[in-house]
Each structure stands twice: as structure tokens, then as C-alpha cells.
Design a protein around this ligand. Structure first.
Ligand SMILES: [Zn+2]
Length: 132
């Protein structure tokens, strides 16, 4: 296929640029900075075709990694509340992360504000020196 940018005969990538899909060679695909649409690997194609077990569907919808099995005792069945609890735990961990990030950013801003105040004081001192 012909590259839509440089017209070389090596267009092998589909790239999304400004909402349009263009066929580009790998060099142009990198230079344009668009989103390169990668072909799925054979493994991904196989995964999409296979039938999912109920347990896997539930595990996925709960946002848990597939390879990590949930520990459930034999006489306990999974309920929606169990899944909700998992989501709740996840949400609170997200909230904690967000809170920490805001605190870090606030600390940086406070630091900047202190620097600006210090600079203002220095400027004021310099002006007073000139006035004297
Ligand atoms: Zn090209």
C-alpha cells in the first residue's frame, strides 16, 4: 500500500490523525505522532474467539486479574455484594491515591508561593536600598 504522507510503497500502519485513519509507512507513522492502530496478536485473536467461563466473566467485571483466583470457601457462593465490596475497596484505594496526589501538588504550590513571597521581600529590600 502507498504511504499517504511520503508516497513510498511501504505503508503498513493504520494511524489515527485528527480523527481520520491514514495508511502510513512506519517512519511517517512515528513522525506524525498519531495513534498507531496495532493489529492484534494471534494470542489476542484466539482469546477473543474463545468462550468465557462464568467465573472468568465475573472476575473480569469485578476488575480482578484473571490469573489470580478468588479465595472462596466451599460453602460460600459469590454474591453481588462480594463483587460490590471488591469495587468499593478498589475505589477507596483510588481515592487514597488521588488524595496523596492532591497533597503532593498542594505542597509544590505552597513551596512556589513561599518562593514568590521571598522574592517579593528581596525586591522590596532592594527598592528600599535605592530610596535611601
Ligand atoms: Zn511514509
Amino acid at each position: 500500500m502507498i504511504c499517504e504522507e511520503c508516497e513510498s510503497n511501504e505503508a503498513e500502519k493504520s494511524v489515527i490523525i485528527d480523527g481520520e485513519v491514514k495508511h502510513l509507512c512506519s517512519k511517517c507513522a512515528l513522525v506524525t505522532g498519531g495513534v498507531i492502530v496495532e493489529k492484534p496478536s494471534q494470542h489476542q485473536v484466539d482469546e477473543s474467539k474463545r468462550m468465557w467461563k462464568v467465573k472468568e466473566i465475573l472476575t473480569r467485571s469485578a476488575g480482578l486479574p484473571l490469573n489470580k483466583s478468588i479465595e472462596i470457601s466451599k460453602n460460600k457462593t459469590i454474591t453481588l455484594d462480594d463483587l460490590r465490596q471488591v469495587n468499593k475497596d478498589k475505589k477507596s484505594s483510588y481515592l487514597l491515591h488521588a488524595e496523596n496526589r492532591i497533597k503532593r501538588e498542594a505542597a509544590v504550590e505552597r513551596n512556589d508561593a513561599e518562593k514568590i513571597v521571598d522574592e517579593a521581600k528581596d525586591i522590596k529590600d532592594e527598592i528600599e536600598l535605592i530610596d535611601e
